[in-house]
Design a protein around this ligand. Structure first.
Ligand SMILES: Cc1cc2nc3c(=O)[nH]c(=O)nc-3n(C[C@H](O)[C@H](O)[C@H](O)COP(=O)(O)OP(=O)(O)OC[C@H]3O[C@@H](n4cnc5c(N)ncnc54)[C@H](O)[C@@H]3O)c2cc1C
Length: 404
C-alpha cells in the first residue's frame, strides 16, 4: 500500500470570485471562456502554461482539421469558424478559396475540405489578444489542484501559482483540461486510454529553411516503448514524465538518423506540452460512438464531421459534456464523454464546438441561478447557440434516414 499522510488544514486566500471558471486554455477552454463571457458571465481562465491554444499551439499541431463533412457541406460554424480565421490572420497559409467564396461549388468543396495549416506562434498570440479583449481574467502559470465541493456542486477550486495556494469561488466550472482533471478530482467516473505513442512535432533548421517534422504516426516502428509496453496513458505523474523523456529520446534518435544522411540539421522548436492524443476523459450519461453517425440527439448542442473520412456527421449531445454527480460541472474538448468516436471529438474543430456549447451552457446556468445542468431548458440553450451561428441542423439526420 502507498504511504500517506494527512495534510494539515490551513487558511488560504480567496483570489477571485467568478460566475464561470474555465480550467485549461487550449482550444476548448478558449472557446468556452469566449462563449461564457459573451453571454454576460464573469469568467476566469486557468492555464498552467504561459500561452493559450494547448496542443494546437504549444504542441505544434498546426492543422485545423475540417469544418465540413467531406461531401461539400459545412457542419461547423460559430466560434470554431471565428478561430480558424484567427489562426491564419498572419497570412502564412490561406483557407481554401471555395470556402471563402460564396460561389464555391459542391464539387470543389468536396474535393477541398474546409481545413487549414496555421502558424502556431501567431495563433497563440492572437488567442491571447482575443481573451484579453473579451475581458476574461487570465491566470497563467496557474495549476488547477482540487475542487471544493458542497453537496453535489462545486463551490470553488483551489489553484497554485507563484503566489502560493489560493481558492477561486464560482457558480460553474468548465473542465477543458484535456485530461478531465476537474472531473477526476470531483469524483466523476473517468476512462483512461493507453493508446498514446511517443509524439511531439518539432521544427528544425536545414539549408537556410525552417521545416517541420511530424513524429510519430500511430503505426510507425517507434511505437513500442523500450520495456516492450505499447504506450502511455498520461493520467499519472510518472507516466507524463516517462512519456516526455522517451519522446525526447526519440527526437534525438530522429535527428541522429537524419544527420547520418550527412544533413546539417539543427532542432529549433519543439512542443512544451506532452503530446497525448487521448489521455483521460469523462464517462457521462452518453458516450459518443462512431455508430452515432447521423443520429440526432434531442439535446444536441453542435455537430462535427469526421476528419478521417468523408461522409459521417455526428450530433453532439449536451449529455456527453455534463457530469453525472456534479451538477454545475461541464466538460469540453478532448476530455468529453466519447467512446469509439474519441478520435473524432479530440480534433481541434470539435473541441471548439464543445467549448462553445459548454461555455454558453455555463453562463446560462449562472444567469438562471440553476444548480445543475440537468435543469437547463434545452430548447433555450439551442436557441442561443443558433443565435451564435452554431450549426444544429436536424434535417441532415432526417435526410440520411430517408435515404435508408
Ligand atoms: C501528436 C498530435 C497530433 C495531432 N494532430 C492534430 C491535427 O493535425 N489537427 C487537429 O485538429 N487535431 C490534432 N490533434 C488533436 C488536437 O490537437 C487536440 O486534441 C486539441 O487541440 C485538444 O484541445 P483541448 O483544448 O481539448 O485540450 P488541450 O489542447 O490539451 O488543452 C488543455 C489545456 O489545459 C491545460 N491544463 C491541463 N491540466 C491543467 C491543470 N491541472 N491546471 C491548469 N491548466 C491545465 C494545458 O496546459 C492545456 O493548455 C493532435 C494531437 C496530438 C497529440
Amino acid at each position: 500500500m502507498k504511504k500517506t499522510l494527512i495534510e494539515p488544514s490551513k487558511k488560504i486566500p480567496v483570489s477571485g470570485i467568478y460566475d464561470v471558471v474555465v480550467v485549461g486554455g487550449g482550444i476548448a477552454g478558449v472557446s468556452a471562456a469566449l462563449a461564457a463571457s459573451r453571454n454576460s458571465a464573469s469568467v476566469c481562465l486557468i492555464e498552467k502554461e504561459n500561452g493559450l491554444g494547448g496542443l494546437a499551439t504549444l504542441g505544434n499541431v498546426v492543422i485545423y482539421l475540417p469544418l465540413c463533412d467531406g461531401m461539400g457541406n459545412q457542419v461547423i460554424k460559430g466560434i470554431c469558424e471565428e478561430l480558424i480565421k484567427v489562426s491564419v490572420k498572419d497570412g502564412f497559409k490561406k483557407i481554401p478559396e471555395c470556402w471563402t467564396d460564396k460561389k464555391g461549388t459542391t464539387e470543389e468543396r468536396s474535393a477541398n475540405r474546409y481545413r487549414v495549416e496555421f502558424n502556431p506562434m501567431s495563433f497563440m498570440l492572437e488567442l491571447e489578444q482575443l481573451i484579453v479583449k473579451n475581458k476574461i481574467k487570465l491566470y497563467y502559470d496557474t495549476r488547477f489542484c482540487d475542487v471544493i465541493l458542497e453537496k453535489n456542486r462545486i463551490k470553488g477550486i483551489t489553484v497554485e501559482n507563484k503566489s502560493g495556494r489560493s481558492a477561486i469561488l464560482c457558480k460553474s466550472v468548465v473542465d477543458a483540461s484535456g485530461d478531465a482533471d476537474v472531473c477526476f478530482m470531483a469524483g466523476e467516473k473517468t476512462v483512461s486510454s493507453d493508446t498514446n505513442v511517443r509524439a511531439g512535432w518539432f521544427y528544425y533548421y536545414e539549408g537556410g529553411e525552417v521545416k517541420r517534422y511530424s513524429f510519430t504516426r500511430p503505426y510507425d516502428p517507434y511505437r513500442k516503448k523500450p520495456d516492450g509496453k505499447m504506450s502511455f496513458k498520461g493520467d499519472d505523474a510518472d507516466d507524463v514524465t516517462n512519456f516526455t523523456v522517451e519522446t525526447r529520446k526519440l527526437l534525438l534518435k530522429t535527428l541522429n538518423d537524419m544527420r547520418k544522411e550527412k544533413r546539417d540539421i539543427r532542432p529549433l522548436f519543439m512542443t512544451s506540452v506532452p503530446a497525448f492524443r487521448m489521455s483521460r476523459r469523462l464517462k457521462g450519461k452518453i458516450e459518443i460512438e462512431e455508430k452515432h453517425d447521423h443520429k440526432y440527439f434531442d439535446d444536441c448542442v453542435g455537430m462535427t464531421g469526421d476528419w478521417r473520412k468523408k461522409g459521417p456527421v455526428l450530433f453532439i449531445p449536451l449529455s456527453s459534456l455534463t457530469c453525472i454527480r456534479t451538477g454545475n460541472l461541464i466538460s469540453a474538448g478532448r476530455c468529453i464523454s466519447a467512446n469509439s468516436a474519441w478520435d473524432i471529438t479530440r480534433a481541434i474543430p470539435t473541441c471548439a464546438v464543445t467549448g462553445e456549447a459548454a461555455g454558453t451552457a455555463a453562463a446560462m446556468l449562472c444567469r438562471k441561478k440553476l444548480s445543475s445542468f440537468s435543469e437547463l431548458e434545452i430548447g433555450e440553450l439551442q436557441k442561443q447557440l443558433l443565435k451564435q451561428k452554431v450549426l444544429i441542423d436536424r434535417k441532415i439526420a432526417t435526410r440520411q434516414e430517408e435515404r435508408h
